[in-house]
Every structure is written in C-alpha cells, then in structure tokens.
Design a protein around this ligand. Structure first.
Ligand SMILES: [Zn+2]
Length: 306
C-alpha cells in the first residue's frame, strides 16, 4: 500500500511506504517506545512514540536514545512510515534518528520519507541544517551516508519539512486525510519546539512534547479539542528549584489537560525528580483535571480505536 503526504501550507506532494507487522493492535493505537528523559538512570529509553493504524506503523514521533532498539522490538519498519515527527533537537528526542535512518537505508522506498521538525532559533539549527550537518556529501559528519539526502530511484532517502517554530502551526495531511497531523509551536525555553495533534479514524492524540506554561499558540490551537489521549511530559515536580522555564510542573499539566478537555492523560518523559514526588504531583494534576491519569512505561500500547 502506498500513502500520500502533502503539507497543505506549501503544497509539497510526496509518496512513502509499504507493509509491516503489528504488535500494537487496533484501528488506531499509540505505542510508547521510550518513556524516559535525558538521564540514563531509570532503565527507560528516552522519548519516542509509534502511531499504529490497522496494524501498520505509520508515524514515528521523536527518536531519543534507546528508541532504535525499541522500534525494532516493536516490529515496526521505517519504510511503512508516512512521516517522522520531531518535536525539537534536544538529544533525548533525536539521538537515535540517525541510527534508524541508517537501518532504513538497507531497504528500498518509492519516495523520500518526510521528516517534520522545527525551524532554526537561538543556538539550534533548523531540521534541514541538522540533517546537512550529518549527511552533507562534503561536510557532514556521516558524509558516507550522503545518499540519505540525495539518492534517487528506489533508494531510501529523506526530505525535511520545516515548521515555523515561531508561528501559529501548520497542517500536515497524510493519505487523503485518513491521517491528519497538526504541528503546533510550543515554548521550551529558547529551544524551537513543536507539539503534534494527530487525528485518525475519528479519534485523536496530542503529543504535547516538552513545553512550559508559556505555550500560548498551543493552547489557542487546542482549547476544548477533547482529544482522546493527551501525552504530556513529566520532567519536573512541583518542588522549588525545578526548571519551570522549560517544562510544566504537575499542576500546570493538570491545567493543560483540563483546558484541552482531554479524555485521558498519560505522563511520559518521566524523570526521577518528578517520579520521586509522584504522589504529590498526582494530587496537583487532580486539582484541575478529573479524567484518567497514567504513567507511561516503555512498550505500553494505548488503543484509541479498536
Ligand atoms: Zn526532553
């Protein structure tokens, strides 16, 4: 099966994909590949999620350390993906991307795999520059893999789709609107960063990503959206001295879930400093949000449509 993807705002049309095996069943499901953060102290992989549709892995969201192994163990194939969605270019969200692309380069694909990620800002390159820094034929650190950017024919290759991280968001429609993705800027300090809202088969999931409370465009876009699942990142507790300029504390996560009207909240990107204070954090979330709340684990399968 082949799926079409186009970015509505700029009209790019590309084609990707192929079949795969399923371990996370249902018409629409999210598999947590990595439920941890940037510290290697918790036996969790760093951030990564797979979106499964009718038994086929269709989207990969982030690819932090450990996701390479979890992706293979999940039975997913890079060549079945419609796109890879990258929230931002911190190591815990993107360090295994290169390894996954190398793995995919052993396969053939009829068109470039779109990588959707943020534009440049502050000390961070945009997604295109990030890829060039790895794969440029003359200057890339992995120039031996330059074919990932410039191959033709049926060789596996990628294309960058940069989203303006200072804008109001952009719709990415996939497979004739079977899959609809909205990429929405969030505040993560001075790091250009995106959240993603994914709608499939009448259900939706919001990957809120790493974000602080100063994420106005995100709240404007999704207030009252009543997503079936909100995945929020649990990086800090409510205690003093935590980096609130980068992340929402549990009270602010509860506020976000309530404002969106999310039907279920799952906390991922779990860091020890947050988990150690989880009983207090759970109460803080409950103050604003009354729906079900769970902590993600690596390998967890969250079914949205059976
Ligand atoms: Zn992070």
């Amino acid at each position: 099966m082949y799926a079409k993807l186009w970015l509505i705002t700029v009209g790019i049309i590309v084609v990707s994909t192929a079949p795969a095996t399923a371990k996370c069943p249902g018409r629409f499901a999210v598999e947590v590949l990595g439920s941890g953060g940037p510290l290697a102290d918790d036996a969790r992989a760093s951030v990564g999620y797979l979106v499964w549709v009718d038994g086929e892995a269709r989207l990969l969201v982030d690819a932090g350390g450990g996701v390479f192994q979890r992706f293979g163990a999940a039975g997913a194939k890079m060549t079945s993906l419609d796109a890879v969605l990258i929230s931002h270019l911190h190591v815990d969200h993107v360090s295994d991307l290169v390894a996954l692309l190398k793995s995919a380069s052993f396969d053939e694909a009829p068109a470039p795999l779109p990588l959707v990620g943020p534009s440049a800002g502050a000390a961070f390159p945009g997604l295109s520059e990030f890829l060039s820094a790895h794969f440029d034929a003359r200057t890339g650190a992995y120039r031996y893999l330059a074919r990932l950017l410039n191959a033709d024919g049926d060789a596996f290759r990628v294309s960058a789709v940069e989203i303006d991280a200072g804008g109001e968001g952009a719709d990415v429609a996939i497979d004739d609107e079977e899959i609809r993705v909205k990429a929405i800027p969030v505040n993560h300090g001075d790091v250009p960063a995106l959240a993603f809202s994914v709608s499939i088969n009448g259900a939706s999931v919001v990957f809120a990503g790493d974000q602080s409370i100063a994420s106005e465009a995100f709240e404007r876009a999704l207030t009252g959206s009543q997503s079936d699942l909100l995945i929020a990142h649990h990086a800090i507790s409510g205690a003093k001295g935590q980096p609130r300029g980068l992340h929402r504390d549990p009270a602010a996560i509860g506020d976000m879930a309530a404002v969106l009207g999310a039907k279920r909240l799952v906390l991922s990107h779990n860091m020890k400093r947050a988990l150690d204070d989880w009983r207090v954090g759970r109460k803080a979330i409950r103050a604003a949000y009354k729906g079900p709340v769970d902590l993600a684990e690596d390998g967890m399968c969250l079914t949205l449509r059976r």
